[in-house]
Ligand binder design. Structure first.
Ligand code: SF4
Length: 200
């Protein structure tokens, strides 16, 4: 684990949890959530961990637009933001402890900034970046093109694997948010660091 990152996250008042494996990260998240309702932002990491199924199986109220029919997605996004816990991943973690998120629709960054009072981010080790330039490059080259392909979005990056700073209706990088410290609305802001590559 990156000790500098951990120290810097703690210095910014984020609660840090270390997991050697994805399975351990799931157990930590489930324990933190307990019986509370959960909204989930778009996250391949959360999907990979099977947390939606684990939560619904044990009876938590869960709202995740990825699991809803097209006609219900917006309603699920809205309900997610009204839950007791919001769970997602980060697009990047900077070594100085700042969290970087790039969003297309806005529900994920809304949930992280002015949504539930408890936030849980689960972050695989490939998302740790030395600085902001590195983070933006990683997101635009590694995350967005793959996400665009997965979602069938006709962005230039889906075709070439490179960012063209596009001006299309399909653009996925519409807001870049840097979280420097938990917001005043947050009672708990957890970051679960996983010593495996997870998500995009
Ligand atoms: S700005 Fe457009 S081309 Fe660049 S990564 Fe985002 S969606 Fe892809």
């Amino acid at each position: 684990m990156n000790k500098t990152l951990i120290q810097n996250l703690k210095g910014r008042n984020f609660h840090v949890h270390e997991a050697e494996t994805a399975a351990q990260a799931s157990q930590i998240a489930l324990a933190l959530i307990a019986e509370r309702s959960v909204g989930i932002g778009g996250s391949k990491t959360v999907k990979q961990l099977g947390l939606y199924d684990a939560l619904t199986a044990r009876g938590n109220e869960v709202h995740w637009h990825w699991m809803a029919d097209a006609s219900e997605k917006q309603k699920e996004r809205d309900l997610a933001i009204g839950c007791e816990v919001y769970m997602a991943s980060a697009n990047a973690l900077l070594e100085d402890g700042r969290i970087v998120e790039i969003d297309g629709t806005g529900n994920r960054v809304a949930g992280l900034l002015y949504g539930p009072p408890c936030v849980i981010l689960i972050v695989g080790k490939q998302k740790i970046c030395s600085d902001l330039d590195h983070a933006i490059m990683r997101i635009k080259h590694d995350t967005c093109p793959e996400n665009a392909r997965r979602l069938g979005m006709k962005t230039p990056c889906a075709a070439t694997g490179e960012c063209h700073d596009c001006r299309t209706s399909a653009r996925m990088c519409n807001a870049t948010v840097i979280i420097e410290y938990p917001l005043r609305i947050h009672k708990e802001f957890h970051v679960i660091l996983v010593d495996e590559e997870l998500g995009l």
